[in-house]
Design a protein around this ligand. Structure first.
Ligand SMILES: [Zn+2]
Length: 160
């Protein structure tokens, strides 16, 4: 470990929090802004005082954030596709398909909220690829599905 004598970040009362913030994947510039420090001080601190393991973790976190952004972009594309199909189905009075598209859009919105939540959560080292549904969400989705079936069976759709 390098000598830390003159490092303002090491001497900072919130040093642990600064390190945690950096390790969570927030950029050096944004971290500097957050703690009202000069970015070059943060850079030097990262390069000279954060251990190599931590530096690797930092890189992994950044990669996961990028991956999260990619997933979000894909979700946006799927959302507009679902919207397009829904509009098209409505044009043909195909309400069964339109409703399915609506359900799909709802699911995508939910997925996006979860990803955004995980990206914003403290400690960006959360594995955002692992999007398991918790029981409450699963139950809600089942309820939505049943509701949809009820609507269809109730003859709400005029199409087909
Ligand atoms: Zn330092």
């Amino acid at each position: 470990m390098a000598v830390r004598g003159s490092c303002k970040v090491c001497a900072h009362p919130q040093r642990e929090e600064i390190d945690r913030t950096l390790l969570s994947g927030l950029s050096q510039v944004k971290t500097a802004r957050l703690f009202k420090l000069n970015p070059s001080l943060i850079q030097r601190h990262v390069e000279e005082h954060i251990t190599r393991d931590a530096a690797v973790a930092l890189e992994v976190a950044a990669e996961q954030r990028n991956h999260g952004q990619e997933v979000l972009a894909t979700i946006s594309t799927l959302e507009s596709e679902a919207t397009r199909l829904q509009t098209s189905a409505e044009g043909y009075n195909d309400y069964r398909t339109a409703l399915a598209c609506l359900g799909e859009r709802r699911h995508l919105v939910e997925l996006r909220c979860r990803i955004l939540g995980e990206l914003q959560a403290r400690g960006g080292d959360t594995n955002i690829v692992n999007l398991n549904l918790d029981p409450a969400t699963a139950a809600r989705m089942c309820a939505t599905y049943l509701e949809r079936q009820k609507l269809l069976d109730g003859g709400v759709h005029r199409g087909n």
